[in-house]
Design a protein around this ligand. Structure first.
Ligand code: GTQ
Length: 349
């Protein structure tokens, strides 16, 4: 062995550089950490801080010109990435009365979680669905989709929703394709409510044999999820970590609604003081009802309705509720499950 080791190592590293070779032993412990070490942070976006900027965006650009008028919630630890976690994107989209966000499709899968207002719709593969606050809407990979706000029942108001997409994951795999539609709004092929009637009642068309990758239900109405949580909170013990929590399912498989994104809705009764838990799926939360706090890796964030917060992979989360609180959440859980990397821990204190 060489007697002047540090010098000999430096010389070796230097001489290898031109061949694009690097020594593993200098970075092994960071490449293969003992536990997840996310390079992004816990963060909370207060809706009351965002809304004025979103409305200003409504003055400086039309939905049609912007294609999608969205303020991206970029993780403070991932500047320049337009990502909220390493694998997921989130943004708040505004559509004003009379506007149309033109039809397109892309391999990136999207969800919409309706935050405020009524009178807008999303059309997915020829079927429109009217958006109501708290509704969970899917636009699976490669489905045509456009949004519009014609108003409803004489109501004409701005509509805002949270977009969740697997944009960073798609970028990682270099699997992204996109196309624009021929017309701003895609032709209506089926009446509203068709998919929900066919798949939304624990039944499916008798000749439906395939399961597909994504749920055939593309609007999970808040009315139904809220009612389920309310019934369960009266009938069952409240889980000490998550309150009453349900996951959205693809009714044909029992699995996640889309291959890359899973979603849940939970109710925390007023006065709830949740125990800490953690999991390897970095998760985005949208507050539907109630005020409370999320303590994430020891940092406390107070939340109010319509706020969004993000919990990094393997950071502990403890939830407290002042009022009855309802939280929607989404993450890359189905992917971690598929590759055997989902871990969860429910801690005693
Ligand atoms: O509505 O299709 O926030 O394509 C980002 C990309 C929304 C959408 C986003 C998109 C969309």
């Amino acid at each position: 062995m060489n007697t002047n080791l540090p010098e000999a190592r430096r010389a070796l590293y230097h001489d290898m550089q031109a061949l694009h070779l690097i020594p593993l032993w200098e970075s092994l412990h960071t490449l293969v950490p003992r536990q997840p070490t996310p390079d992004y942070e816990a963060a909370l976006w207060r809706y009351q801080d965002i809304l004025p900027h979103l409305m200003r965006a409504g003055e400086v650009i039309s939905a049609e010109e912007a294609v999608r008028r969205v303020l991206v919630l970029e993780n403070p630890g991932l500047q320049g990435s337009a990502s909220i976690t390493r694998s997921l994107y989130a943004g708040l989209q505004l559509i004003l009365p009379g506007e149309v966000a033109p039809a397109h499709r892309h391999t990136q899968a999207a969800l919409r979680f309706i935050v405020q207002g009524k009178g807008a719709y999303t059309a997915v593969n020829g079927e429109r669905t009217t958006m109501h606050p708290g509704d969970f809407i899917l636009t699976p990979s490669w489905t045509w989709h456009d949004h519009g706000n014609p108003g409803i029942d004489g109501v004409s108001e701005p509509v805002v929703w949270l977009d969740g997409l697997d944009i960073p994951m798609t970028r990682f795999f270099n699997g992204g394709f996109a196309e624009n539609g021929d017309a701003a709004s895609q032709p209506v092929a089926r009446p509203e409510g068709h998919s929900f009637a066919a798949y939304g009642h624990n039944m499916a068309p008798v000749h439906q044999c395939g399961t597909g990758g994504s749920s055939p239900i593309f609007n999970y109405p808040y009315e139904r999820s809220r009612e389920a949580l309310e019934t369960l909170r009266r009938q069952q013990e409240i889980d000490a970590w998550v309150g009453v929590k349900l996951r959205y399912v693809n009714p044909l498989t029992g699995g996640a609604p889309m291959p890359t994104i899973g979603a849940c809705m939970q109710l925390l009764p007023a006065g709830f003081e949740g125990l800490p838990h953690r999991s390897t799926d970095g998760t985005v939360y949208s507050v539907v009802e109630g005020r409370g706090s999320a303590t994430i890796g020891g940092r406390r964030f107070e939340f109010a309705p319509r706020d969004t917060f993000v919990v990094p992979s393997w950071a502990t989360l403890a939830l407290d509720a002042l009022d009855d609180a309802v939280l929607f959440s989404f993450s890359d859980r189905p992917v971690l499950q598929a590759i055997g990397q989902l871990r969860e821990e429910f801690l005693p204190e």
